[in-house]
Design a protein around this ligand. Sequence first.
Ligand code: ZN
Length: 354
Amino acid sequence: MIRPIRARSITTIALLLFTAVAQAAAADKTLDVYWVDVEGGAGTLIVTPAGESILIDTGMPGVRDPGRIHQAATKVAGVKQIDHLIVTHFHLDHFGGAAELSKLMPIQNVYDNGIPEQNPDNNPNDRSFLVTIKPYREFQAAKRSMIKPDDELPLRQTENRPKLRFRCIAAKQQFAKARSAQEKPNALCAEAKPKDKDMSDNANSIVTLLEYGDFQLFIGGDLTWNVEAQLVCPINLIGEVDVYQVNHHGLGVSNNPILVRSLAPTVSIMSNGTRKGCDPETFATLKGTPSIQAMYQIHRNLRADQHNNGPNEYIANLEAKCEANHIKLSVDPSGKTYTVNIPSNGHKRTFQTK
Ligand SMILES: [Zn+2]
């Protein structure tokens, strides 16, 4: 009778040890964010300390961008599936790679604004959208949902570590409720200058906020000028953030200074192409935002206006012949500091969270 009891005890001890080691390993893990180079599209991969993955946008259709996202996810970040995919809006450089990616790795939960029945850019006579959206409509996913302001992903937490949250701030030009501490008017709004109304789907972009302890990352898809102002005027619904993923690849129809200055980020990261985004107006806005200490770019802007570039050290891809280098950000398990790293050039810089 002794032997089975002993055997069971050893199994129990082994299991307890394994659980303790697994918990300690998770507690040591950083929260990681990867900006994959999809050459002027968007593909932002978040891997939580518990190992769950969130992908925001999927680059263009074809093999290039889904292949790069798959490579970054499996070979660099070490995840086997996408647990949560957010598609910010229905433009090809954001939804286009999803169907191909689903052939390379499983995609579990998909969140978007609901697939439009026709071209979402106020152009119902353009039938090409019906063709390009078909693979997205049909690819295999465990679950598809529409995401709404104030929705929050059900993420696994890590014991003895800061609270991890990923929530929706805006979608389809609807907004989350203000947090009570911020319910005072934003003084910067007096300087707001509206632009012409944007009738494209960019204005409907899903806006999300990633939080880990004091760390906050803003991701606003291709949100445009007037709706950007609504996020922070008359009341700033978000408060200040640490990192601003530059809206819309850095195009000048987005990145309203009222938004950028109200969010007051320490770091900006731009998913631009060699000739797309990093517009002079946006570059000036970022440079003129006093809180910003470092501006990162996925690509060097190779247009004639090359003075609109940060220092080479802060740019992941310098040449026209693209090497698809990514930018990585890691938040310390304490949530108090984060490091931005460009592995291809060895750049590393650590910042304090607010
Ligand atoms: Zn875009």
